[in-house]
Design a protein around this ligand. Structure first.
Ligand SMILES: [Zn+2]
Length: 102
């Protein structure tokens, strides 16, 4: 029985990880149950650190490292770097950078 209602045999109940505990009571003919515990859902991937490369000279901005000479701290996303910032090797604007996979 669950919630005051008696379920027939072979009932399937799914309880999501964010729901409260499921409670059941034996009905008039008793209770046989199997509990299957699935692993919790995989959390969204940790935000990938961006690596941006200048298309003109290949200077690389690594988000994980930031850029200390310009006081850009490690983990600063590319979007938070001022639009006035320019490539340290050739002076190209931010718009000349593209994301690269390492
Ligand atoms: Zn450049």
């Amino acid at each position: 029985m669950h919630g005051g209602k008696e379920h027939r045999s072979l009932a399937i109940v799914f309880v999501a990880h964010d729901e409260g505990a499921f409670t059941a009571q034996a009905g008039s003919s008793g209770l046989e149950g199997i509990v299957l515990n699935f692993p919790p859902p995989v959390h969204p991937a940790v935000e990938k650190l961006q690596t941006m490369a200048c298309k003109l000279c290949s200077f690389v901005y690594d988000q994980g490292e930031g850029y200390k000479p310009d006081q850009i701290r490690p983990d600063t996303p590319w979007e938070e770097i001022p639009e006035t910032w320019t490539c340290q090797d050739c002076g190209a604007p931010k718009s000349e950078f593209e994301e690269i996979d390492i």
